[in-house]
Ligand binder design. Structure first.
Ligand code: AMP
Length: 441
């Protein structure tokens, strides 16, 4: 299937060709016709599926081709709400690229930076607003933004907005928007009850599109766990990073403080490292991400929320210094590797007290994870992975495994024989090979 059959204007098709996209992704194929029909939409799709274009392309077509704005002062006709500043900035970048041959002005509104430039931009007049909920409410309260002309609302990564406690702000924004003739598009990786309730309250008979199976992971990622004592994690990380100090690696830590400490430690050992987390200024975060993308630094240490939605191409390696508290976040983390058909490796350093988290992750992935000791870093006691919710006897790491055990996930795999993950989970994630390479060329 090509983009030509979707009914998009030549100006949009030209921009897509310039991006090097040759075919719509599954979520684009499913969502674009529905949005063009004017339907409200509930779309289940994660970062990396092409979801941004899935809502942006038909939005541009409807508002700026089919019903081009009348002359006079511009006021926003589309609002895209995102959970984080990084995602807002990325969506803005995409909007800019796709609208390159249209006369459309977009701006971002997010916290952590000065109000005044945003007020000035709004005063000059914009067509598309990309905003995080908190800062948008600041503008609503100061009456520096006029949302009475919003025709299309997009809630991007709605589940994460709820996770971050934005529900009251989202409702406030929704209540401030026109109800009549407003089209609402909700994108979310998961559809827990609060999301469904939001949809029932604020959407009109939404069409539903489900792309990736819930919590599916890229089939080309190999998962590996290194058991280690908590006190030795730093040294093990250093050892792993030193094996190839030019390899771009994203390291996940659980806390901001921990991430900072890790950066200091790695820095002291000569690795070019930066951290990205919620306590960093927007400028520092943008700079760290840019430095990482252009290779100035090779190690980026991130917390889950800061890393959510950041688009980094084809990382060969993601290391979980700590396991995430919520198993779903593991899936988001490793979504940064193994993209575009490239092989990726997700390595987790797991200490004794994290065994339960690892069990949760394995249950969620429904997939084996190779467990390998690293010589010189063997833990003082083995991980307890055989408990179904707590019980179980510790296994000796060197103990022979029962052959053909029916429940392989519970076995520890000897070094060098880690199994490939099951490929069936989500083939659709492999759509990108050609398009992105072409774009990069
Ligand atoms: P998203 O899921 O919106 O974060 O998109 C992930 C990445 O896929 C972005 O870098 C997009 O530029 C890219 N992308 C989106 N649609 C396509 C397409 N049809 N062909 C190739 N790349 C795409």
């Amino acid at each position: 299937m090509s983009f030509d059959t979707l009914g998009l204007a030549p100006a949009i098709l030209r921009a897509l060709a310039e991006q090097g996209y040759d075919a719509p992704t599954p979520v684009q194929q499913a969502a674009i016709p529905l949005v063009l029909e004017g339907r409200d939409l509930l779309a289940g799709a994660q970062t990396g599926t092409g979801k941004t274009a899935a809502f942006t392309l038909p939005l541009l077509q409807r508002l700026f081709v089919d019903a081009a704005p009348a002359g006079g002062k511009r006021r926003p006709r589309a609002l895209i709400l995102t959970p984080t500043r990084e995602l807002a900035a990325q969506v803005h970048e995409n909007v800019r690229a796709y609208a390159k041959h249209l006369r459309v002005f977009a701006t971002t509104i997010f916290g952590g930076v000065g109000m005044q430039p945003q007020i000035d931009a709004l005063r000059r007049g914009v067509d598309i607003l990309i905003a995080t909920p908190g800062r948008l409410i600041d503008h609503l309260e100061r009456r520096t933004v006029d949302v009475s002309g919003i025709e299309i609302l997009v809630l991007d990564e709605a589940d994460r907005m709820l996770d971050m406690g934005f529900l009251p702000q989202m409702k406030r924004v929704l209540n401030a928007l026109p109800r009549q003739n407003r089209q609402t598009l909700l994108f979310s990786a998961t559809f827990a009850e609060p999301i469904k309730a939001l949809a029932r309250e604020f959407m009109r008979d939404p069409a539903e599109v489900q792309i990736a199976a819930r919590n599916s992971v890229v089939a080309t990622v190999t998962h590996r766990v290194h058991p280690v004592d908590a006190a030795r994690k730093r040294d093990l990380l250093l050892e792993l990073l030193s094996q190839d100090s030019r390899r771009q690696t994203l390291v996940f830590g659980r806390t901001k403080h921990g991430a900072d400490k890790l950066v200091k430690f790695l820095d002291q050992h000569g690795l070019r490292t930066a951290a990205i987390h919620g306590n960093k200024s927007q400028n520092a975060r943008t700079r760290a991400l840019a430095d990482f993308k252009n290779g100035k630094i090779t190690v980026l240490v991130a917390t889950d929320i800061a890393a959510r939605g950041i688009d980094i191409d084809q990382l060969p390696l993601v290391i979980n210094f700590d396991l995430p508290m919520v198993a779903e976040d593991y899936v988001h983390r490793i979504g940064r590797t193994g993209r575009a058909g490239a092989e990726g490796l997700a390595v987790s350093l797991v200490s004794h007290d994290e065994a339960r988290l690892l069990r949760d992750i394995r249950r969620l992935l429904k997939q084996d994870i190779a467990i390998e000791n690293v010589a010189g870093f063997e833990p003082s006691s083995p991980l307890r992975l055989d408990g179904n919710g707590g019980g179980g006897q510790p296994k000796s790491n060197g103990a022979p495994r029962k052959p053909n055990h029916a429940r392989r996930p519970h076995a520890q795999t000897p070094s060098g024989q880690h199994p490939k993950p099951h490929a069936a989970a989500n083939k659709q994630r492999n759509w990108r090979g050609g398009g992105r390479d072409a774009r990069k060329a």
